[in-house]
Design a protein around this ligand. Structure first.
Ligand code: NAD
Length: 341
């Protein structure tokens, strides 16, 4: 379209500036050292999106609107994921959530949604070969992540060996989830480092988890009470002679649970968007019930054949969406520490 070719200089300049800023914020965020709030990051991203909507010629593969995560650092070896790790699209209000559901239902007959908590942690990929944990990696840019196997081996809930008491372990299993620091452990950690002076206090559990997981010395990671909850499957090859397959996300969770992987007990499969909205409203009220911080709800089309038909954009699945809760001002933690000391 002709208007695409005439992007005003100041718009072009603002676009370039936003791309630079967002890339920089992403990098710092994945190191666990952000300098702006998530709400501020999301605001910059919305501004970038609205410029690109008006001037599609500015959209490139390199734009933060089109890619996942951040480039990986040189501190860890590179690992290529067997199946790409994606981000999630966002809905910031009920209309955006409905718009997502309408788009999905216009394409495929959705009859079940899986609702779960959006844990505010870090995405980690685990690879099990014949039941043994052989590798763990960060999401990185979605295609290539960082090898953090030794650090992840220190996380108590992550099995070294899958439990085969119910059924044999698959030949190959790539499973994704969120590594996090429970809120109480985060507060305890901050109290401890304030006393021993080993580290500046962390601003929130997510930063503490990111910093702890990306330690070069796994012995330091081992002193941080990290936990994990899995919420997705990448590559999967059943055990030889077994036909253990799954046709829905919830069925996959049941299998992962049998193999001893850490699952949330708060997910729920529902039939209608009204029930999805009830779940969203419930956890908006009970946001602090879980032992860990959440920043929203994730809604997934439960049926895996429908997930495949809906597919993905360059950065996120069309079959899932993150409903983000409004940010909360958390300023009490640092005050508590001073009082505690
Ligand atoms: P995202 O955090 O919005 O959503 C994708 C991630 O959610 C997945 O990778 C997955 O690990 C996680 N997740 C948690 N629970 C899940 C569940 N139950 N099912 C599936 N996935 C689940 O997207 P992102 O691309 O990781 O990061 C973008 C967001 O991160 C921004 O919206 C912003 O809030 C924050 N951010 C902040 C800064 C900053 O400087 N403050 C910088 C970059 C990103």
């Amino acid at each position: 379209a002709p208007e695409n070719t005439t992007v005003p200089d100041e718009v072009r300049a603002r676009h370039a500036e936003l791309c630079r800023e967002l890339d920089d914020h992403s990098y710092r965020y994945y190191l666990g050292k952000p300098i702006v709030s998530d709400a501020e990051y999301d605001r910059l991203m919305l501004e970038l999106r609205s410029i690109e909507d008006r001037h599609p010629i500015l959209v490139s593969q390199d734009s933060p609107t089109q890619k996942v995560g951040a480039p990986i650092s040189v501190d860890f070896a590179e690992v290529e994921h067997l199946v790409r790790m994606e981000s999630l699209g966002n809905a910031f209000d009920s209309e955006e959530l409905s718009a997502w559901a309408d788009r999905a239902s216009a394409e495929v007959p959705v009859d079940a949604y899986l609702c779960e908590l959006k844990i505010d942690g870090l995405a980690v990929d685990l690879v099990y070969e014949r039941g043994r944990l052989i590798r763990a990696a960060t999401r990185g840019d979605g295609r290539v992540g960082e090898d953090i196997t030794l650090n992840v081996r220190t996380i108590g809930v992550v099995p070294e060996q899958l439990d085969e008491s119910v059924r044999p372990a698959p030949e190959l299993l790539e499973v994704r989830g969120e590594v996090f620091l429970p809120v109480e452990d985060f507060e305890e950690l901050n109290r401890r480092i304030a006393v021993d002076g080993s580290h500046a206090p962390f601003a929130n559990p997510r930063n503490a988890a990111a910093g702890s997981l990306r330690q070069k010395d796994p012995r330091v990671t081992a002193t941080r009470p990290l936990s994990m909850i899995v919420h997705g499957v990448g590559a999967y090859t059943p055990a030889a002679g077994e036909e253990t397959a799954f046709t829905s996300q919830s069925q996959a969770y049941a299998l992962l649970g049998e193999w001893g992987l850490p699952l949330s007990d708060r997910y729920k499969v529902v039939a209608t968007m009204d029930e999805v909205r009830e779940y969203v409203a419930f956890y908006q009220e009970h946001r602090h019930d879980p032992a860990y911080e959440i920043d929203g709800i994730v809604v997934k089309v439960d049926d895996i054949s429908l997930q495949r038909r809906l597919g993905s954009t360059s950065r996120a699945p069309r079959w899932a969406i993150a409903y983000k809760y409004p940010p909360e001002e958390v300023t009490t933690t640092l005050v508590d520490i001073k009082v505690g000391v």
